[in-house]
Design a protein around this ligand. Structure first.
Ligand code: CTP
Length: 408
């Protein structure tokens, strides 16, 4: 049952809009409150009156309604929801969401919200397969947007293929599954590092690497969704702060280590950051001028955050998870790295340029697991299929919850 859960349903303009009436009815049956926002195009397919009758609430249609805006309508609508569900999600609204457009109430809400967002795409098969739609969805999923469907089948245009909106019961099951998911990590604190670090050469230049922060941010979001009180310590990235996570922004490895120490004690630490191994030993106070030979930059080693957390004595998290970015002998190097840094688990991924892992949305990983909580046992390895970074994050968070439940 979803008693006391509040779903804000955004209905955009597709022929599948008629099915949302059934979605509302079924959601109400689970005990959830449903409030509807109807786009102008959506109103061509379904009437505000039907939505209002089934949801038993006012239907919101226009961004610039004076009474609603005097109460900051879009902010309030988001605040009073536990989940935003976009159904049907047309190619057009997905594109607007990916680009961050806010030209009506629905898209303004979607840009302003810090609540989880789920989309139920519905469109013609060629629109679904178009590279623009593929890229938009990858962007949205990378930001943590949840997706249900579409399904394969006959469409309103009499074509057959992928793009038909998921059936109402599938959509309702996805919403119920998400909102009623047991908070398996409630009562636990989690620490995640993410992104690259920037190591100053002088006030304008730095050493850095290609890490996007996508994987680490997704892990922080997934742990928070399972109920962990999550602290994300991130180097400079363009990733938005994940909802429900306390984020500390840092630049250098030294700052990252200090922020991680401040976050202790935690039950679990996941080090996904691509921390620079070295930093300029003596960054110049002023901009280094180009006079004469190129400067020699002496480097000094950075602290190893993963190894430091693993060796933190009484403050050691119960489960320390590292990442191993490798370009050759991925598994062997990762296993050696796990032992060397004394972490419990290590996620091995191949980051050679051909894989597109650095900066991309996908990741193919192997999870090397040692025994947790000092229990005896062998090292085991799980080979995961090619997944999105969001899916890797969900799976890893699930494994973490399994391990902590087993050990308690
Ligand atoms: N790591 C860290 N602090 C560092 C370097 C790495 O916390 N100063 C962590 C990363 O977050 C990751 C793991 O150690 O979880 C392995 O990072 P990786 O870059 O693969 O390994 P390195 O230690 O840099 O080893 P090498 O570059 O020799 O492969």
């Amino acid at each position: 049952m979803l008693k006391d859960n509040r779903v804000l349903l955004i209905v955009s303009g597709g022929i599948a809009a008629y099915k949302v009436l059934e979605v509302i009815r079924r959601l109400r049956e689970t005990g959830a409150a449903v409030r509807c926002v109807l786009t102008r195009a959506g109103a061509q397919f379904v009437t505000p009156l039907s939505l209002a009758a089934l949801s038993e609430d006012k239907v919101y249609e226009d961004l610039f309604s004076l009474t609603d805006e005097s109460e900051m309508g879009h902010i309030r609508l988001s605040r009073e929801a536990d989940l935003l569900l976009v159904a049907p999600a047309t190619a057009n609204i997905l594109a607007k969401m990916a680009a961050g457009l806010a030209d009506d109430l629905a898209t303004t809400l979607l840009l302003a919200t810090d609540k989880p967002v789920m989309v139920a795409p519905a469109m013609n098969v060629r629109m679904w397969e178009h590279p623009a739609t593929r890229a938009n969805l990858a962007t949205l999923e990378g930001r943590g947007v949840l997706r249900v469907g579409p399904e394969e089948g006959e469409m309103a245009c009499h074509e057959w293929g992928m793009g038909r909106m998921a059936e109402p019961e599938t959509i309702v099951a996805a919403v119920t599954g998400f909102l009623a998911a047991p908070k398996r990590l409630a009562g636990h604190r989690a620490l995640v590092t993410s992104g690259p670090t920037h190591e100053a050469i002088d006030p304008v230049r730095f050493l850095a690497n290609r890490s996007s922060g996508k994987q680490g941010h997704a892990i922080a979001g997934a742990l928070a969704r399972l109920g962990a009180e999550t602290v994300l310590v991130t180097g400079p990235t363009v990733q938005p702060d994940p909802p429900g996570v306390t984020v500390t922004h840092v630049e250098s490895a030294t700052e990252m280590l200090a922020a991680c120490r401040d976050a202790l004690p935690v039950t679990v630490a996941v080090c996904a950051a691509a921390v620079a191994d070295w930093r300029p030993a003596a960054p110049a106070d002023g901009k280094i001028k180009k006079n004469g030979a190129p400067p020699a930059i002496a480097l000094t080693e950075n602290p190893d955050i993963l190894a430091t957390l693993s060796a933190a004595g009484n403050a050691r998290p119960r489960l320390v998870v590292g990442f191993a970015a490798e370009t050759e002998q991925v598994l062997d190097n990762a296993k050696a790295k796990r032992r060397r840094k004394d972490c419990d688990w290590i996620v091995a991924n191949d980051v050679s340029p051909a894989t597109g892992t650095f900066g991309g949305d996908g990741n193919t990983v192997h999870l090397v697991m040692g025994p947790v909580d000092g229990q005896g046992g062998e090292e085991t390895v799980e080979h995961w299929p090619a997944l999105t970074k969001v899916a890797v994050a969900e799976r890893l968070a699930g494994r973490i919850a399994d391990a902590l439940e087993d050990g308690t």
